[in-house]
Design a protein around this ligand. Sequence first.
Ligand code: NAP
Length: 275
Amino acid sequence: MALSLQSRVTLNDGSNMPVLGLGVWQAAAGKETRKAVAHALETGYRLIDTAKLYGNERDVGIAVRESGIPREEIFVTTKLWNSDHGYESALRAFQGSRRELGLEYVDLYLIHWPVPGLRQESWKALLKLREQGEVRSIGVSNYMIPHLEELLPTSPIPPSVNQVEFHPFLFQKELLEYCRAHRIQLEAYSPLARGQRLKHPVIREVATKYDRTPAQVLIRWSLQHGLVVIPKSVRPERIRENADVFGFELKAADMARLDALDERSHLAWNPEDLP
Ligand SMILES: NC(=O)c1ccc[n+]([C@@H]2O[C@H](COP(=O)([O-])OP(=O)(O)OC[C@H]3O[C@@H](n4cnc5c(N)ncnc54)[C@H](OP(=O)(O)O)[C@@H]3O)[C@@H](O)[C@H]2O)c1
């Protein structure tokens, strides 16, 4: 069936997650985040991606509550920050995030980065939170194959999601295949390469061919690779533009052209460097 803004993927724990969401990293706390989330929800987005680190959980929660949309229709993700690792600290940090959000439960709680030495203890806390029903799904972020290979044999359940940097300049094909084989949903962060490569000639050429914008081509590329995608914008017109990606389909040859742009170049800190 063709994808739409209402489409959801079924996670390995049976929950459903929207395929497209709004990221709010670098959306300023206060009015800017509240307005962006409110506008996204009005546009039809049902997934909002925040983190303790972003400092705007409170505003995400306010916008979600004030939207009037039933809570169960909105999927909220937040994340455990690096300084809060360890079993007890992770439990405490989660309660802090939940209070900030002002929500009874969080849909997805992620370990933000695979902090060496402590990440396995933190994961136990996430398992506990899920058991208690305070979190519907649990997952990880910035986990590369070695980090997942450490986690999988020691956990009673696999992470439902792995959120990583993913765009044509950082294709991460092996990780995509690994996650698919283990039924871990891969989620693309910085899907627009932070807006830095929108003038690349191949991206522009493909965009012209489909009469779409470069941003829409990048989002569509990640969606067609089966990822959940969370572009960030605080501008209403771009929030709409980034959701208008369901009326066209990139042909296999154009997908391959975009795949070939891979430079293995990270905009974020490279998690492969973390033992
Ligand atoms: N787990 C992690 O470690 C991690 C790391 C990074 C990001 N993330 C998550 O992923 C989300 C997205 O990643 P990101 O924020 O790094 O980058 P991104 O979504 O690739 O790009 C965002 C940048 O592109 C601009 N932009 C948005 N739509 C545009 C459009 N249609 N045309 C031109 N420019 C556009 C935005 O500016 P305006 O806002 O001014 O429109 C912003 O500067 C984050 O917000 C966060 O939720 C997670």
